[in-house]
Write a protein that binds this ligand. Structure first.
Ligand code: UD1
Length: 418
């Protein structure tokens, strides 16, 4: 498996183009299952998770074509299978996003349960409760969810907590259901709005996406679309943290700063200077990084997907910071590797980490455990003394496009070891 080697200590300078958002592309690609005909998508990032969903769509009978730089066409005319097999789903939890579209279009689906993952149990019970409320008969059998409904019916559904994947699955299912569906306490992430925009372009009627109440009027069929995937706010945030952390001057291009205001606020609180334009954001690192406290929250709060990267920044701050993780129960697995690099972090009850700033981190061989944890280890390597080798970068390739090329263009001494 590939590793990434970083010789730290270089302030990053320059501009980096942000890729299409993985977390927007995944549900949008899944939504092509709802349509008889060919949908085309631009700005689709080249990532392992995207390969996984495309493989799954092909396995279900869709024809998938990659046409040049970031363009993907999916034709679901030939959709003839209703089963998402364990081998495809276990590689990526977001495969559960085919459940809603399959039941809505074909009346049945059999999707392997994704199971646990490194950052916690991550159940899908809210997806299933919602489909049940829409009239689907759900059975858990041999590790699979089996769902069946002649035609789904609109329902009034209140989520116990805002779930991104659950909101997306039910928005897609409700688009082809009979009657009106109301989703309350819905997730409000920009990726939800992006999916709603695509569904509406397909001829669906989805109102209120981006608020906690989404109303969907079901229609009988949807038509093909051509659309462009929104920029990745987490990738943008990761490069901005890298710029601040190394005391550099980095501009991220082709991004939407409105999608990561909470991240910008926290960067400013650490003393970094941040300027924004309509589609760019520039960060200049502070002389001295200030400590700040962070609590992860559903959007528009501070994203859990930026927590690990900020922990590295705060490891180099003056004073002590506290990070509270409220979304996932086991999302501090990067801590032990950061401690091995000299970070002074202690874990406390209630999913809280205390980070006492240190003067330097020291390079070490480290092991990546999940996607954002991997990114945090790369960031730590960029600022650490000597050499850091991040092993098992498989996770990184799931969610960051050409990360070593992008960092090296900013001046980092970074290379992939195959
Ligand atoms: C999505 C993102 C992920 C991000 C997360 C939270 C994608 C592909 N992934 O994941 O990068 O970290 O949102 O912003 O978009 N929950 C339940 N029951 C359910 C569903 C969720 O209890 O049926 C819980 C989860 O365990 C978690 C919380 O709800 O504690 C939020 O999870 P959710 O928003 O569903 O995350 P994902 O959609 O899996």
């Amino acid at each position: 498996m590939d590793s990434i080697e970083i010789k730290g200590g270089v302030p990053l300078h320059g501009e980096v183009r942000i890729s299409g958002a993985k977390n927007a592309a995944l549900p949008i690609l899944a939504s092509s299952l709802l349509v008889e005909g060919t949908c085309t998508f631009e700005n689709v990032p080249r990532l392992k998770d995207i390969d996984s969903i495309l493989l799954l769509l092909e396995d279900l009978g869709c024809s998938v074509t990659r046409q040049g730089e970031g363009e993907v066409a999916v034709d679901a005319q030939g959709l003839n299978r209703t089963e998402a097999a364990y081998d495809l789903v276990r590689k990526m939890r977001a495969s559960i996003l085919v459940l809603g579209p399959l039941v809505a279009r074909l009346g049945r689906a059999r999707v392997s349960l994704p199971g646990g993952c490194a950052i916690g149990a991550r159940p899908v019970d809210l997806h299933l409760k919602g489909l049940e409320a829409m009239g689907a008969r759900i059975r858990l059998h041999h590790g699979y969810v089996e769902a069946e409904a002649h035609r789904l019916k609109g329902a009034d559904i209140c989520f116990d907590m805002p779930t991104v994947g659950g909101t997306e699955n039910l928005m897609m299912a409700a688009s082809l259901a009979d009657g009106e569906t109301i989703l309350r306490n819905a997730a409000r992430e920009p990726e939800i709005v992006a999916l709603a925009d695509v569904l509406n372009a397909m001829g669906a009627s989805v109102q209120g996406a981006g608020t906690s109440k989404i109303i969907i009027q079901g229609v009988s069929s949807l038509k093909p679309v051509s659309t462009t995937i929104i920029p990745d706010r987490i990738e943008a945030g990761t490069f901005l943290v890298a710029g601040a952390l190394t005391g550099g001057d980095v501009t991220v291009r082709d991004c939407n700063p409105d999608h990561f205001r909470a991240v910008i606020d926290k960067l400013r609180a650490t003393g970094a200077s941040v300027e924004t334009g309509p589609d760019w954001t520039r960060v200049r690192g502070p002389e001295v990084i200030q400590s700040v406290d962070i609590t992860t929250q559903p959007y528009p709060g501070f994203p859990t997907d930026m927590q690990a990267q900020f922990m590295v920044l705060l490891s180099m701050a003056e004073g002590t910071s506290v990070i509270s993780e409220t979304i996932f129960e086991n999302r501090f697995i990067h801590v032990s590797e950061l401690q091995r690099m000299g970070a002074a972090i202690s874990l406390h009850a209630g999913n809280t980490a205390k980070i006492r700033g240190v003067k330097e981190l020291s390079g070490a061989p480290v092991m990546a455990s999940d996607l954002r944890a991997s990114a945090s280890l790369i960031l730590a390597g960029l600022v650490a003394t000597n050499t850091t080798v991040v092993h098992r970068v498989y996770h990184l390739d799931r969610g960051y496009e050409a990360i070593e090329e992008k960092f090296s263009r900013l001046g980092a001494r970074i290379r992939r070891i195959r």
